[in-house]
Design a protein around this ligand. Structure first.
Ligand SMILES: NC(=O)c1ccc[n+]([C@@H]2O[C@H](COP(=O)([O-])OP(=O)(O)OC[C@H]3O[C@@H](n4cnc5c(N)ncnc54)[C@H](OP(=O)(O)O)[C@@H]3O)[C@@H](O)[C@H]2O)c1
Length: 318
């Protein structure tokens, strides 16, 4: 079967689609026939060797996918062969088939396609917990959402509106800003202008920050007293130190979020999955798949994300 492999740290020439042995399910595991899988920004960082605690080549990337249970291992009673599921894992999901623990599988609600389901867990859970668990959003507050037309960003804009927040979105092109507005953003601006807009609105109570570098530094200047800036990515590859004296005098909180912390806490994870999926099913949240490509075009998927030409999620179909 075919599987995406990263064979060394570096550029897209390190990304290959290789023939590998068929997986077999062990105790508590299932084999899934993958119908769709996402490429996330983390895949680029892992390929470049910039992902803290990430895998060492050669490795098989892919953190989220959707498909059908093909076989179940010993002791598995919770899922039957043929069940449509979505799944997250540390890797190996950009492939035709994969073996995963049954506990990490979530049945796909009726009405959701495999492509939508593969684009759902990472972005929506990250956005939800950045706003709520970490950002402690309160209805009526102003949130600044950077990279609002991306995978996590399009989820965050919609969730923020459902939580009753006012949203200022940033994105690099007018098409992307139009997408953010169509999802409910009250204001969508380019990166040059966001401070003016946020200051006119009284400062941001919450900032979702996944870029780093100058954007992180400038964002702190428009965080309101007692505001929370949530760092969940460094797409610019330029991490910055934070001045704790300024934090103190401005009453600012800078908080980090990695989804692993949520996956480790079922009491946080499971209610959030229910909350999000209920709203996806009834149409209040729309999963934004911007690009659907064959698995063989995985290098192009990396290039779309790296060049900032993608919007919404980038999904591969094996
Ligand atoms: N902590 C976690 O658990 C977690 C989970 C999911 C995602 N993330 C992080 O969240 C961020 C978004 O992930 P995603 O997969 O949804 O990707 P994405 O937002 O679809 O793509 C990244 C976007 O960032 C924007 N960007 C701004 N400055 C950039 C720069 N200097 N270089 C590249 N892109 C830049 C671009 O949008 P514009 O062209 O509009 O600027 C680009 O399209 C990433 O940093 C990712 O690592 C973290």
């Amino acid at each position: 079967m075919k599987q995406v492999r990263i064979e060394g740290f570096g550029d897209v020439s390190q990304v290959h689609v290789r023939e590998v042995a068929e997986p077999a399910a062990g105790e508590g595991e299932v084999v899934i026939a993958i119908a769709a899988c996402s490429v996330n920004y983390a895949d680029l960082m892992q390929r470049e060797g910039l992902y803290v605690g990430g895998p060492t080549p050669p490795f098989a990337p892919g953190a989220e996918a959707a498909g059908t249970v093909l076989a179940v291992g010993p002791g598995v009673t919770a899922l039957a062969v043929g069940t449509r599921i979505m799944v997250t894992a540390r890797g190996g999901l950009q492939a035709e088939r994969a073996v995963v623990p049954v506990a990490s599988c979530v049945p796909i609600p009726d009405g959701l396609t495999f492509t939508q389901a593969a684009a759902f867990p990472v972005s929506f859970l990250t956005a939800f917990h950045a706003l709520t668990t970490v950002g402690r959003a309160v209805a009526g507050e102003l949130v600044l959402i950077h990279a609002a037309a991306g995978g996590a960003g399009t989820a965050a804009v919609q969730i923020a509106k459902l939580l009753g927040l006012r949203v200022v979105a940033t994105a690099s092109t007018e098409d992307k800003r139009a997408l953010a507005r169509s999802l409910g953003a009250d204001h969508a601006v380019d990166y040059d202008g966001f401070e003016t807009t946020v200051r006119e609105l009284g400062g941001a109570a919450i900032i979702l920050e996944s870029i780093g570098g100058e954007i992180l530094r400038r964002s702190l200047s428009v965080l309101a007293p007692l505001g929370r800036l949530v760092v969940f990515g460094v797409s610019s590859r330029d991490p910055r130190p934070v001045d704790t004296v300024k934090l103190l005098f401005r009453s600012h909180a800078v908080l980090g979020l990695h989804l692993d912390a949520i996956f480790a806490r079922p009491e946080l994870l499971l209610p959030s999955l229910d909350w999000l999926l209920a709203r996806v099913v009834d149409g209040r949240l729309a999963i934004q798949v911007g690009h659907t490509l064959p698995l063989a075009d995985v290098r192009h998927a990396h290039e779309l994300l790296a060049s900032r030409q993608s919007h919404g999620k980038v999904v591969l179909v094996p």
